[in-house]
Structure formats: C-alpha cells, structure tokens
Design a binder for this molecule. Structure first.
Ligand code: FAD
Ligand code: SF4
Length: 568
C-alpha cells in the first residue's frame, strides 16, 4: 500500500537544471511546491579535483539511479543493440547535472527557432533534409529573450554581449540575436592559448569572442569568483563559483519556505483521474511507496526519464502512455553531434594545465545559417570552441598523430614531450530530428525496480555527416593558422546516450506532431507540464541548458499567470 501525503500545488519531478530553475518563479508567486529529487544534497567537500573518480568511475557515488537505467541504443530498428555505456553522463543530486556540467551558457541563434521557414525562404523547400521532422518553433527568440535574461541574472552568467537591442558590439558574438542588456558579469579571462587562437581566427578574417558561462568571473550574489583551477568538467565547484541550481535558485526558493525538497525520492509514475487530469505522482523512498497529490505535475527529470515516465504512466484513457494518444512521446528525438572533432599538435607547450572548459574562445562564422549555404548541400553548421583544460589521464590518452606507436617506450617518450602541445576542439553542430530516430521502452532491459529502461533508436543522417565534415575542415584551417603542425579529424560517433539529448516531448501548436503546447503544457493532460530539452525541436550549434532553463522559467511563469484556468 502506498502512503498518501498531503496535497501540494505543484510537484516538480527532478531538481536539476530545468526543475531547479522552475521552482523559483513558482514559489515567488505564492505556490506551495514539492520538489522530488532522486539524488541527495552534495556538499562542497564532495567536489574534489579527482579525475579518476569524477571522469571515469561515475561520480557521485551517493545515488546511482542514472547508472542503473542507462538507455540502450541501436542505430536503426533492424540493427543489433550497440554496446551499453558503462556510466551515465548525467547526475543524480539536488542541482542535477548543473553540478558537474561545463556551464557554457549559450542562447540559441534566431535562425534556430525558424529552421524550416528560413531555409525555405533562402534556399527553397527541397533543402529541408529528406525524412526530417523538423518544425519551426511556435515562437521566435524575442519571446524567449526575457526568460534568458532572468535565468542569466539568477544563475550569474559571465559573458560579452554582441548585440544589445540591435547595437552590435564586436567584442561579443556579432551573430547573436538582440539582447535587452549586457551579461551580469564580464567574461571569464582568456589564457595565453585562447588569446593566440583568437588572433589566428582574426588572421583568417573570422570573428572570435569569449563564450558565456554560468561561472562567476567576479564575486556575485555572495558566491566566490572562479579560481581557474579546473577539474570541474564532471566535478563540482568547491567554492560555488559555478551557478548550479543547487547554490542559486533552489536555496533561494527554499528561503520562501514554500519549497519542500524531498531527496532520494525516485518517481515511478504520474497518476491521472478518469477525466484525464494528472492527480499527482508516485515515488519510492527507502523502499516505501508514496503518493504525492498535486494540482499540477511538472516533469523535469531529463530527456530520457521524462519520456520513460510518460510511457510507464499508462492509464485507461492513455493506453500507450501518458499524453501519448497522438503517438508523439519519444518522437523527434535527437542527440547533438558534438563528438566528431579535430585534434591538433603544436610545436610548443600550450600551458593548458590550468583552466576550465567554459573558459575559451568561440567562432560562430560557420554556425547555424550565419554563412551562405547556396552552393552547399546541407543546412546548419557548427560553433567552433577551443579552451584550456588538461587533466593527467586525459592528457596521457592523447592521440599520437601517427608519429609514435600507442604503447611502449616510444609512446611514453611521445606523450612526455607532447602532452601539453596537443589540443582538441569542441565542435557543436546542428542536428535535426528524423522520422526514424526515436525513444521508446526497451523490451528486455530493466532497471532494479523492474521497469524497462529507455531505448534509443537513432543514427546521424547525411545532413549531420556533411555538417561535421565541413565544420571539421574549418577547425583544421583555424588550427593551422595558429601554427599547428598536425591535425586529425575524429569519427562521427554513434547516437547513443548523451549529455545533449533533445526531443521526445516536443513543443508545438499542432497536437498531431507535438506533445506539449507553446507553454510547455501537455496537449492531452492540461495540468501536466514538461521541462527540459525534451521540449526543444532544434538544437542549434550550442549547448542546450540555458535554453531549457529559460523555457522552464517561461512554463512556470505561464502557470502562475493562468493558475485558476489550469487547475479548474
Ligand atoms: C559533463 C557534462 C558537461 C556539460 N556541459 C554543459 C555545458 O557546458 N552547457 C550546457 O548547456 N549543458 C551542458 N551539459 C548538459 C546539461 O548538463 C544538461 O543539458 C542539463 O543538466 C539538463 O537539464 P535537466 O534538468 O533536463 O536534467 P538534469 O540537470 O540532469 O536534472 C534532472 C534531475 O532529475 C532527477 N531525476 C531523474 N529521474 C528522476 C526520477 N524518476 N525521480 C526523481 N528525480 C529524478 C535527477 O536526479 C536530476 O537531478 C553537460 C552535461 C555533462 C554531463
Ligand atoms: S575552475 Fe572555477 S568553476 Fe571550476 S571548480 Fe575551480 S573555481 Fe569552480
């Protein structure tokens, strides 16, 4: 028998990037909120610069829910399953993956909201890749801008604006959409290496600029400035300079006394009544099952779990899963192509042992639709990003660029000489949704509670391969201009479980092709909202989190303004 708890206004499932932001506008509007989080609180002492633990052993050890339900993957419906990942990249803790993410905090480009209409207008309808289910977003960047702004201020984002209300500032990204005001803090400082790369970009006639990061470049809201020691890619920040929701929006919401955070609460189902309205959620804590009744349910448990929870929440009115009577849950899934990159070898030390991945320099000339695609056979592009961050194990795993064997004395000599002379770019590229790339429940692999894990069926298509090739060539040009003596492309990789997953509960006005409406609320279950990149229909050429957070704030804001109608 499950224990039924007192009713709350809103229950939020997952207090990570998206859920951790949404709670603040909800409590500020006077609503009572219960946040159910599978993980625990982590303390600054848990954030040690331990590469082995953080990057190879699946930190944190406290709660390993994600690692016990790693999605399976197969490239196509008829292909055999790919080898399963050993660790899940995402995090179970209050703050979710914002504890150990890189904290690059990009806004999308205006084009990303209008891929279909802009491509048709500029190049003709035939240029939308065959089989792609991409749609325009139901609104443009200007509608999300105020929410980007709110999140940047609450988390503390450092950066250099490139376009304030239409006035272009060449110190920032000249391709970005108009912003209402500057970032709350100036950008993180450059390093000798990133400054050299910025100069090389300029020598090619390209525009280089420092990228935005949810990391304090100075003291901000009583949190320390970054001390640039690194080890926070998959490790947390021991001085709270990183604007994780665990040190920003969640504690701020708690101070109102209207947010009740329940840790180690593993949600297993959303309940609905005979009228098709959500009545609350069920969760397991300490082997006991609880029912948390709520007027509104918000799922914020990352893409794979958002989809899985809906598919597991079958009910008489929803035999194929909650909000899935149109068969859209799990569809329009895509994982950002960030793997195919470029390695470079320089003839001198780069002094890159110090620094963090969000401290870098970007080039956006080849991103999105910032360049003319008329003579090309793909749409989209990539953000070129180089940064200072080097850790011992990763450094020793460096490529030998065909100049030494991969083992033995010659390998050791090569690594000793070149460990600080190599660099790998981070190239995020446009990735589109396709008809035959989707998520569903695995028919045979289950988690420890006996529920099927999420199954990914997806592969990169022609457009993604061509974008990757093009963007890698541009990166090679950039490295060569900076004096690299060897470069190599790395392969495209597969579309297995990823830190940049999108879709599965896409947002759009058409209920036949989308799970949630333009406000992030289900088309089929009026008091169920979905937060996170699962609602995003395009990826752009940059990380998803700030956009997912801005959307989460917008959904929460909509809820508070329409509370009576939604809960009637
Ligand atoms: C190493 C790394 C680097 C990254 N760098 C960047 C970057 O620089 N910039 C960027 O934009 N993005 C980055 N990302 C991606 C970013 O972390 C995600 O986009 C973001 O965290 C997703 O937000 P979310 O709220 O959907 O999921 P999460 O932040 O993962 O939060 C989901 C929360 O839900 C909880 N949960 C899951 N299932 C349940 C359940 N059944 N019941 C209760 N709770 C549950 C989890 O414990 C978790 O706390 C990075 C990710 C990784 C791993
Ligand atoms: S490099 Fe900066 S953000 Fe990273 S752990 Fe150190 S202080 Fe924190």
């Amino acid at each position: 028998m499950a224990t039924e708890l007192p009713r709350t206004d809103v229950v939020v499932v997952g207090l990570g990037a998206a859920g951790g932001v949404a709670v603040l506008p909800l409590v500020n509007a006077g609503l009572e909120v219960v946040g159910l989080e599978a993980g625990t609180w982590l303390a600054p002492a848990d954030f040690a610069p331990d590469e082995l633990r953080n990057n190879y052993r699946g930190w944190p050890q406290a709660v390993q829910k994600a690692n016990r339900e790693i999605p399976t993957h197969r490239p196509t419906a008829s292909a055999p399953p790919s080898p399963r990942l050993a660790i899940h990249p995402m995090m179970n803790a209050v703050g979710g993956t914002t504890l150990h993410y890189w904290a690059q905090s990009w806004r999308l480009n205006p084009w990303d909201f209008k891929v279909v209409s802009e491509t048709r207008r500029r190049y003709g309808a035939s240029r939308i890749p065959r089989g792609s289910t991409v749609e325009d977003w139901p609104f443009g960047l200007e509608e999300l801008e105020p929410f980007y702004d709110k999140v940047e201020v609450e988390l503390g984002v450092s950066g250099q604006a490139g376009n304030i209300r239409g006035a272009i500032d060449r110190r920032g990204n000249i391709f970005e959409g108009a912003r209402a005001r500057a970032y709350p803090m100036p950008p993180l400082r450059g390093t000798g290496f990133t400054n050299m790369m910025a100069g090389a970009a300029r020598s090619l006639g390209w525009h280089a600029f420092p990228g935005p990061a949810a990391i304090n470049s100075g003291r901000y809201q009583n949190r320390s400035a970054c001390v640039y020691h690194g080890y926070c890619a998959r490790g947390g920040c021991h001085v709270s300079a990183k604007g994780s929701t665990a040190v920003t929006t969640i504690p701020k919401a708690q101070r109102t006394k209207r947010l009740n955070v329940v840790t180690e609460a593993h949600v297993i189902k959303v309940d609905v009544d005979r009228n098709g309205r959500a009545t609350g959620v069920r969760y397991v804590k300490d082997r006991t099952e609880y029912i948390q009744p709520a007027s509104v349910v918000l799922l914020a448990s990352y893409v794979y779990e958002n989809v899985r929870l809906l598919l597991l929440s079958t009910a008489p009115g929803f035999p194929r899963g909650l909000s899935n009577n149109h068969g859209q849950v799990g569809r329009h899934y895509f994982s950002h192509n960030q793997v195919s990159t470029v390695n470079a070898l320089f003839p001198r030390d780069l002094n890159a042992w110090y620094g963090l991945p969000a401290q870098g320099v970007a080039v956006d000339n080849w991103a999105d639709d910032n360049f003319d695609h008329a003579g090309l056979d793909f749409i989209g592009g990539g953000n070129l990003w180089v940064y200072s961050d080097r850790r011992p194990i990763a450094a020793a795993s460096m490529s030998t660029f065909g100049r030494a064997p991969r083992w033995g004395a010659q390998w050791k000599a090569f690594v000793t000489e070149n460990a600080d002379r190599a660099n790998t770019a981070y190239l995020q590229k446009t990735t589109l949704p396709y008809e035959d790339n989707y998520l569903d429940l695995d028919p045979s692999v289950k988690d420890p509670l006996g529920y099927p894990v999420c199954r990914i069926t997806a592969e990169y298509k022609d457009n993604e391969r061509k974008v990757a090739d093009f963007v890698q060539d541009k990166m090679i040009d950039w490295y060569r201009a900076a004096g690299a003596i060897a470069t190599e492309k790395t392969p495209l990789g597969t579309m297995g479980p990823t830190t940049h997953a999108y879709g599965g509960t896409r947002m759009g006005d058409n209920a036949d092709t989308n799970v949630v409406n333009r406000w992030g609320m289900s088309h089929e279950v009026p008091n169920l909202g979905i937060l996170g990149a699962s609602v995003m229909g395009t990826s752009g050429s940059r990380n998803p989190t700030l956009t997912a957070q801005a959307l989460a704030w917008r959904t929460a804001d909509y809820l508070t303004r329409n509370w009576q109608t939604i809960t009637a």
